[in-house]
Design a protein around this ligand. Structure first.
Ligand SMILES: [Zn+2]
Length: 187
């Protein structure tokens, strides 16, 4: 940030009184411009055991496969955002069943909140941010072309959970694929 969004004055970086972290501060109107992690939500879902993935048509990681997920917008609930992202990217109508994973990617300040759900029909449409949308048999998932380590880890867990029809809740702390089963507390 260079300029105050309230008054247009040049910003300085310093620790405001009573704070412990450097912030962008406007010394003209005294506004402190806080910056916090961004929230991404989406859903891991299936149709008759086939897992719904989409292939990115936009940066970053064009061509890699991932879950339908995206930034939460102002004024919507988490669940609304997850459903919207699935609809926009894949055209799928789904039902959310439960929270499935919460993890952060520290170095880019993103927090992911992923639900799990079930598709209500097999219809899919390739969204504008995707080059392909596909229902993968678990054995056919293109593991080498899933860039994000935490997403890959989550898909591996989901594949096993789906096979056993027994779902856990996972949390993680980095993009290195360290997704923990919460009730066990171990990777
Ligand atoms: Zn200002």
């Amino acid at each position: 940030m260079n300029f105050c969004t309230d008054c247009g004055h040049t910003l300085v970086v310093r620790i405001p009184a009573g704070d412990t972290v450097s912030r962008f501060v406007c010394d003209e109107c005294q506004t402190v411009h806080y910056q916090n992690p961004k929230l991404i939500t989406g859903c891991i879902t299936h149709w008759k055991g086939k897992i719904l993935l989409c292939r990115r048509a936009i940066e970053p990681r064009v061509g890699s496969w991932t879950l339908p997920a995206g930034y939460m917008e102002l004024g919507e609930s988490l669940e609304q955002a997850a459903l919207r992202e699935v609809r926009e990217e894949t055209g799928a109508k789904i039902r959310l069943d439960s929270l499935y994973s919460v993890f952060d990617i520290e170095h880019i300040d993103h927090v992911y909140i992923i639900y799990r759900g079930v598709m209500l029909g097999p219809e899919i449409v390739v969204g504008s941010e995707c080059s392909e949308v596909h229902l993968f048999e678990p054995a056919e998932i293109p593991w080498d072309n899933i860039y994000y380590p935490a997403i890959k880890e989550l898909l591996l867990r989901y594949k096993d959970d789906l096979a056993s029809n027994s779902f856990s809740l996972y949390a993680g702390t980095s993009e290195k694929g360290k997704i923990f089963r919460l009730e066990q507390g171990e990777p």
